[in-house]
Design a protein. Structure first.
Length: 449
């Protein structure tokens, strides 16, 4: 029988066939031909796929600005809640910007009857520079929640200023056209200038607040960034829907600043007082409250896998332990497998394992390699034959049946296919005597005992 090279099957039932008989050598009859019967039993079809353990969520918090790690408030292995302060960055550049904004807020309006025409333009230019600087600073914040909040604040401030600037411009035009008094234009321009100064100050305060790094998710602390696993990224260690920050392409409207790699052999963790740049990884928080799996299933098998299906799992790191898993989802888009073929990622929830001897298996860690055996089809009370009994004849599945003491080729339709036993849906009846081994030595009409 032709078997698929990338699929492994497993039987889930005990002996369902009678013991085979060995035909005695007689004349030109071949020896070593085993006989048995088609019997009823249960069989399961298993798709085997490589996989790895995933975390529920993970987040690498990075420095939003250049400076030093002034205060590291967590230790490796510490469990933290979402929002816990992890570290504080000291950034002279951010401090200088805040001081300049505060001086601008406290300065008296600089608009007079002599410069009211150009005052609006210069105020617009200052506002534009302030918004650009604020967006540049926000782009360096890799916590997606914080970055999104900063960008929303900047957008709202810009819309508010645009409205004030437009009102001031209309007032100036009214004066120039003789339709309004100068004081009205000066008042509108002063209001726009004061609003610009207040917004510049508020944005500088927000940038300063972003220097206090908080945990985006609850979990276990690991200092520094998340190292790549088998050439993968932090995203590869996460279950579907898991959070991740500090990685290129993270959601939030702008790409995150790239994390600076530590020199070979160096500890990636930044010590307290150490220098940091925008995007330098400070702390990674990993949520392991729910572990999962990702399995790479070949395209020829993926249509057999269904959400809610079950699987057994073996880990390279836990020899002798068996884990249970349930299929949660199947990706729609393919990936390129390690063999260069097309595969699809199947995501599973990982259950508790059982150690050899019946004890509780050790708790896996994200990134651990696994062999996932997905149960894709099964049949109960089915007519079954040994897989060795099925032979290919002109592209059709056949079995040598023993009828009237002679070998007769019977075309069969296969259903669920196990490794050792397969289901026959048509072509054979329960109790039919068949050749179960040595089928290549049998010919039509051959007498068999």
């Amino acid at each position: 029988m032709s078997r698929h090279p990338r699929r492994t099957f497993a039987l889930i039932t005990a002996a369902i066939l009678l013991p085979t008989l060995t035909a005695a050598s007689c004349g030109d009859e071949p020896s070593g031909v085993g006989l048995g019967i088609a019997a009823r039993g249960s069989v399961a079809e298993i798709v085997e796929a490589p996989g790895s353990v995933t975390a529920r969520a993970a987040a690498t918090v990075t420095s939003p600005a250049e400076g030093t790690l002034a205060d590291l408030r967590v230790t490796p292995g510490q469990r933290v809640d979402k929002g816990t302060v992890l570290a504080v960055i000291d950034s002279p550049a951010v401090a200088d910007r805040l001081a300049d904004a505060e001086r601008g807020l406290n300065a008296a309006p600089s608009i007079s009857t002599g410069n009211y025409v150009t005052a609006g333009t210069s105020t617009d230019q200052r506002a534009g520079k302030a918004f650009d600087a604020a967006r540049e600073a926000a782009a360096k914040v890799t916590d997606t929640d914080v970055r999104a909040a900063l960008l929303a604040q900047i957008d709202a401030a810009e819309q508010q200023y645009d409205a004030a600037s437009a009102a001031a411009a209309r007032a100036v035009r009214s004066v120039q056209e003789g339709l309004a008094g100068l004081q009205r234009a000066l008042g509108a321009l002063t209001a726009a200038q004061q609003l610009q100064a207040k917004q510049a100050y508020d944005l500088a305060v927000a940038a300063d607040d972003a220097l206090t790094l908080r945990a985006p998710v609850a979990g276990v602390v690991q200092l520094g960034g998340a190292p790549a696993a088998s050439g993968g990224s932090l995203t590869d260690l996460l279950s579907a829907g898991g959070a991740t920050t500090g990685q290129a392409g993270a959601t939030g409207g702008l790409p995150a600043a790239p994390a600076a790699a530590a020199p070979a052999g160096a500890d990636p963790a930044i010590p307290e007082g150490g220098p940091v740049s925008p995007g330098t990884p400070i702390v990674t928080v990993v949520d392991v409250s729910r572990l999962g799996l990702t399995a790479e299933v070949d395209e020829t098998d993926i249509l057999l896998v269904k959400p809610g299906g079950t699987a057994t799992v073996e880990l390279d790191a836990a020899t002798g332990a068996d884990y249970r898993a349930t299929v949660r989802s199947i990706d729609q888009l393919p990936t390129t497998s390690a063999r260069g073929g097309v595969s699809y990622r199947v995501r599973l929830d990982l259950g508790q394992g059982t150690a050899e001897g019946g004890g509780v298996a050790p708790t896996p860690r994200p990134g651990m390699s696994a062999v996932v055996r997905l149960r894709v089809r099964e049949a109960d009370d089915a007519v079954t034959v040994p897989a060795s009994a099925v032979v290919d004849a002109d592209g059709k599945s056949t079995v040598w049946a023993v009828r009237g003491g002679k070998a007769e080729r019977a075309s069969v339709t296969l259903g669920v296919q196990g490794e050792d036993v397969v289901q026959v849906t048509t072509g054979l009846d329960d109790g039919q005597r068949i050749v179960v081994s040595g089928a290549d030595q049998v010919r039509a009409g051959q007498e068999l005992p």
